[in-house]
Ligand binder design. Sequence first.
Ligand SMILES: Cc1cc2nc3c(=O)[nH]c(=O)nc-3n(C[C@H](O)[C@H](O)[C@H](O)COP(=O)(O)O)c2cc1C
Length: 312
Amino acid sequence: MKLETKVGPLTLRNPIIMASGTFGYGWEFKDFLDYETLGGVIVKTVTFKPRKGNAPPRTCETASGVLNAIGLPNGGMEQFLRVGLPYLSKLPTCRIASIAGDTPEEFAKLAGGIEANGEVDAFEVNVSCPNVKEGGHAFGSDASATRKVVEAVKAATKIPIIVKLTPNVTSIAEVAKAAESGGADIVSGINTLLGMAVDWRKGCPVLGNVTGGLSGPAIKPVALRMVWEMVKAVKTDVIGIGGIVTADDVLEFLTVGARAVQVGTANLVEPKACERIINELGEALTSRGFDSVDAVIGRLALPACDSRAAVK
Ligand SMILES: Cc1cc2nc3c(=O)[nH]c(=O)nc-3n(C[C@H](O)[C@H](O)[C@H](O)COP(=O)(O)O)c2cc1C
């Protein structure tokens, strides 16, 4: 079975990538996972300046999902260069650093600093963080702010750039196009969907930050729809993210046109989830007579399966 896939300029052993924020900087999962089996890893987002993160509680379980308002706590670029990057540089898989800043200049400084001090195969630009100079809304909720960030990162590094889009927008296609015009090599999505949990008995929000981001199986249908819209909007390759737990989930994202996927929340409940999914992938493809993941990518054909049966 040929599980290898090409996404933009990257060649992955298989289409399964560990999603940012769900396995730390790598060493936290070293006893659970053989990194050599994975398509790739994206470590926790690093910001230019250190961040404390949000007030606790920072996570809360919901029906088929998790709400989190972690707030990107991390030691900033200086600590990442000293501790996180040397570890990431040695991992035997596609190594991706996730970067975020308060301004486009901070994103650019991070990309330049990481490129100069270690070895990564790509950057994932996390545009879900607030644009501090221009009103505090997320860069990724505004097409022009997204383009400015991507242009700044592109000018600072030769390393391929994945732009990770937020679903908290009216048109993800428009933001995907802006990322592409700014020079993105790949677009990925989705990040978490804005949500809220309330304890009605006590009359207060459950999360310290009041609102948080929803992830896990609950968001998969929304993510599939958005990935399909991204695929139609841009020529750039797309990585699908959102609620993936099984090989069937992976194959649904590939069918709508994603060339690889990321697995996030599943790692929190099952640290070996990615290895299991990779094993299941070959079996699922064989059971339908496919000899490669490539054979499934972008296979979506309209109309809906049930209406075809009705026509026959
Ligand atoms: C606890 C937690 C922390 C996360 N931290 C980050 C992060 O630092 N950077 C980022 O780009 N996405 C972060 N995410 C979002 C995931 O990478 C992913 O986009 C999202 O959870 C949807 O995928 P999933 O349903 O497979 O989890 C985080 C998600 C969770 C659950």
